[in-house]
Design a protein around this ligand. Structure first.
Ligand code: MN
Length: 193
């Protein structure tokens, strides 16, 4: 199957003023599209793999019988494709609170504020390009990760729940080097909590 971008459920300017329309447009139409194109390019070589769920390919990446360069391409572009799809879907112009998630966050981190503090810390301190993640393990327990590049929590056997893109392309047009300011404002467009 060929991967195509998921439709956004809001317009490019819907997250203004926290995430500007130009950043949204370039991030979605250029960056995310490029991950999809390069993912499709590597899967073209492996029609059998292309039929499997992408999540399963990332979970079992080490065991795939393909050259290391193609594994890396799958990790980067498959990860990039899924990561951005999740990023768009957890944001929105209006809150759509996930009560189960909020309760699990309180159980795990003590309070939503404490979770936000710790998650912000992970995102601010992540060196270079990468993502801050909230993910569930096989027992449903929540974990926080800071992972480089487009590495998905799926590579570690966890299911991503919330992903915050801290690559400079996610914020540089509006925030330049002020990553903490982008993160502070991102909480306002994260719709789940
Ligand atoms: Mn990105």
């Amino acid at each position: 199957m060929k991967y195509t971008l998921p439709e956004l459920s809001y317009s490019f300017d819907a997250l203004e003023p926290y995430i500007d329309a130009k950043t949204m447009e370039i991030h979605y139409s250029k960056h995310h599209q490029t991950y999809a194109d390069k993912l499709n390019a590597v899967l073209e070589k492996y029609p059998d793999l292309a039929e499997k769920p992408l999540e399963d390919l990332l979970r079992g990446l080490d065991g795939l019988s393909i050259p290391d360069a193609d594994k890396l391409a799958l990790k980067n572009h498959g990860g990039g494709f899924l990561n951005h799809s999740l990023y768009w879907s957890v944001m929105g112009p209006e809150k759509e609170i996930d009560e189960r998630l909020v309760n699990d966050i309180k159980d795990t981190f003590g309070s939503v504020d404490e979770f936000k503090k710790q998650f912000t810390d992970v995102a601010v301190k992540l060196f270079g390009s990468g993502w801050a993640w909230l993910a569930r393990d096989e027992n449903g327990k929540l974990h926080m990760h800071g992972l480089p590049n487009q590495d998905s929590p799926l590579l570690h056997g966890h299911v991503p729940i919330i992903g915050l893109d801290v690559w400079e392309h996610a914020y540089y047009l509006k925030y330049q080097n002020k990553r903490p300011e982008y993160i502070e404002n991102w909480w306002k467009v994260l719709k789940l909590i």
